[in-house]
Design a protein around this ligand. Structure first.
Ligand SMILES: CCCCCCCCCCCCCC(=O)SCCNC(=O)CCNC(=O)[C@H](O)C(C)(C)COP(=O)(O)OP(=O)(O)OC[C@H]1O[C@@H](n2cnc3c(N)ncnc32)[C@H](O)[C@@H]1OP(=O)(O)O
Length: 158
């Protein structure tokens, strides 16, 4: 696992995202990395839910799971486009991706007392659009699958 999370390389002004911004103390502060030995092709993130992330006692609220998949997807998209173009994440000009579409399938209830593992793979990589397929697992059981269509952030967002 690379030591610096993708999101920790975002410039300060783009580090306020509720799901993954390092400058948002109320947010989830998700951290995504290249999976060991899969630099450029697979990404990984971990998250441990808090008791208040409950849907039904014992299980995680689905909206949180969608949010984690969303941010792992947009972070992975930024990382792979930098990788493909031999750029360092955080270099100028900044290349960020926003969510254009998010498709989530909840396959099994997600236990709230376990660490969650998200793994992303790319089914399409273009400089302006990346599709990331993500699994969310606990104890090697896939609970949720998601597809994130990430599109390069337009200048109008700044
Ligand atoms: C609040 C956000 C803060 C941002 C901070 C960022 C850093 C932090 C990051 C954390 C973020 C965390 C996550 C968050 O919370 S990000 C916040 C939630 N997302 C948004 O608010 C995005 C709002 N939407 C838009 O701004 C525009 O619609 C976008 C930019 C998405 C597309 O605009 P536009 O339509 O003008 O783009 P284009 O014409 O150049 O097309 C480009 C390509 O994209 C394809 N396409 C487009 N839409 C879709 C779709 N729905 N399904 C499939 N594909 C779609 C299109 O066909 C084309 O493909 P191709 O023909 O080339 O193959």
């Amino acid at each position: 696992m690379s030591k610096i999370a993708f999101q920790d390389c975002y410039i300060q002004s783009l580090s306020h995202c509720y799901g993954c911004g390092k400058n948002n103390p109320e947010g989830h502060q998700l951290k995504s990395y290249w999976l060991d030995n899969y630099e450029g092709s697979k990404t990984i993130a971990h998250f441990t839910p808090k008791p208040y992330h409950t849907a039904i006692p014992g299980f995680v609220y689905g909206g949180l799971l969608a949010s984690l998949i969303d941010c792992h997807g947009t972070g992975s998209a930024a990382a792979v486009v930098h990788y493909k173009n031999n750029l360092t994440i955080g270099s100028d000009p900044t290349i960020r991706f926003v969510t254009a579409a998010l498709n989530i399938n909840y396959l099994a209830p997600t236990p709230i007392d376990k660490q969650l593992e998200l793994v992303g793979e790319f089914s399409q990589v273009k400089d302006n659009k990346v599709i990331v397929d993500i699994t969310l697992s606990t104890n090697n059981v896939i609970c949720v699958k998601g597809e994130v269509v990430a599109v390069k952030m337009p200048a109008t967002f700044k």
